[in-house]
Design a protein around this ligand. Structure first.
Ligand code: FAD
Length: 418
């Protein structure tokens, strides 16, 4: 590791990978810092799968909305036979390797097993960040910083304002995903499996035999035969920004996992010989800090399919809110043939000169975050952040003065869609 970089990216999820590659391809020397041992973020550490829809449908035809680096990831997964035909269910072990290859090809310096633990700033300008790893504590400087930690750790460390959760500060629930093998589902789709188990699940829940507050059983296929993926535990009213709460949530979610498994095994023929393959290394966080930026995207922007002049990414995923305090999930969808764009101003913390935020912690309301948070969209937000950081440096501007036309021109060059 050097002492000084052009761009430092904190966090190696889809947003961080997009940001790091976006900046590196524009000739910047990039350091990508990730607390765990692989890239991919929630896809790998929380076993989140599949990719939610990244296209719109016009007259029955798919038109891809998320291009650039995300499209390249899909292409490489396809080459390795590591993604389903519909481009949604992927194999996370192959994803790790695909992302390794991409960052290595872009000559990005990656530091795994390294946490960003602090940062210093003066008058809206970040001076340095503090890192912790097995070597100890070190300080590294960059000209531009991108917070892609999901939780907005860096923006908080350097003193920018943020919001957390809904109007009462409650975040969407925490969920531990897990995989179950040996399921004899034959030709049944996962929708049919969900339907088959629903009424008894609800009965057991009403009788207090199932404590999980989730209203149904959220199941997806996996790429592996006879295997189902569960995104169905629900831990509510715990703060994703408290180590004590996260610890309690891990305990509660693992108990919910076995509760659900016992219920399925004990009551349904297709689950009779099933077995637990794995649960995610960490419980998944849908929402935590959201920076207060130069612009804050709203539910209205999403639902009215607003196209911003400074758009850097597209999306059309519904506003999908899993009840932060109990049962129920609300979905507010856009027209399926439409999309909105994400403005660059939502990536710039208010008053920041050399810090961008990418991923689920950008400047959005609780509702808008529930749409932009999916993996295809955050990857493109990351790419937009990386390219914008690079363009600001190349033209000697602060990030809030960067020429958006130039950023969009570069994104176009990389087949990114905005
Ligand atoms: C349970 C659950 C189900 C979901 N279902 C879907 C789905 O079906 N489809 C879909 O497309 N999306 C889904 N999502 C949403 C999606 O997975 C996330 O919103 C998205 O992956 C966020 O990407 P990110 O890069 O912003 O953050 P993350 O993926 O969280 O990446 C952040 C990275 O930063 C690292 N990091 C954090 N703090 C530090 C630090 N201080 N120092 C160094 N590194 C740090 C983390 O280890 C991580 O690798 C789901 C999310 C959850 C939790």
């Amino acid at each position: 590791m050097k002492q000084h970089y052009d761009v430092l990216v904190a966090g190696g999820g889809f947003a961080g990978v997009g940001a790091a590659i976006g900046a590196a391809r524009e000739g910047k020397h990039v350091l990508l810092v990730e607390q765990f041992g692989c890239l991919g973020g929630a896809a790998c550490h929380n076993l989140v799968n599949p990719f939610m829809v990244y296209w719109r449908t016009i007259n029955g035809k798919k038109e891809i909305l998320n291009g650039g680096i995300f499209a390249e990831i899909i292409k490489r997964l396809t080459t390795r036979n590591a993604i389903s035909k519909n481009g949604m269910i992927f194999h996370e072990e192959y994803l790790k390797v695909v992302l390794d290859e991409l960052v290595q090809e872009s000559e990005i310096d990656v530091l795994f097993h390294t946490s960003v633990i602090g940062g210093q700033s003066v008058n809206g300008e970040v001076q340095s960040v503090s890192l912790f790893n097995k070597n100890g504590v070190s300080v590294v400087k960059a000209d531009m910083y991108i917070d892609a930690t999901g939780d907005g750790d860096l923006l908080a460390f350097v003193g920018f304002d943020y919001e957390v959760g809904d109007e009462n500060g409650n975040c969407q629930p925490l969920t531990l995903c897990f995989n179950v093998g040996g399921v004899d589902y034959g030709d049944m789709s996962y929708f049919e499996v969900r339907k088959k188990v629903l009424s008894l699940y609800k009965e057991w829940q009403a009788q207090g035999k199932i404590k999980n507050p989730r209203e149904n059983v959220l199941i997806f296929h996996s790429l592996l035969p006879n295997t189902l993926h569960f995104n169905s535990t629900r831990v509510i009213k715990k703060s994703p920004l408290s180590a004590e709460d996260l610890t309690a949530a891990e305990f509660e979610a693992r108990a919910q996992m076995l509760e659900l498994l016992d219920f399925l095994k004990g009551n349904f023929e297709l689950f009779k010989t099933c077995y637990l393959i794995n649960s995610a290394p960490c419980i998944g966080v849908r929402e935590s800090r959201r920076v207060i930026g130069e612009y804050m995207m709203t539910a209205d922007d999403v639902l009215s399919c607003r196209k911003f002049k400074d758009g850097i990414a597209r999306g059309n995923y519904p506003i999908d809110i899993h009840n932060p305090t109990g049962t129920g999930t609300t979905l507010r969808a856009l027209p399926t043939d439409e999309y909105y764009t994400v403005p660059l101003k939502a990536l710039i913390p208010k008053g920041a000169k050399n810090l961008l935020v990418a991923g689920r912690c950008i400047s959005v309301t609780h509702e808008a975050q529930a749409s932009i948070r999916i993996m295809p969209i955050v990857c493109c937000i990351g790419e937009g952040a990386g390219v914008a950081a690079a363009m600001a440096l190349s033209t000697g501007k602060n990030i809030n003065e960067v020429d958006i036309k130039l950023v969009q021109q570069k994104l176009k060059k990389y087949d990114a869609l905005y």
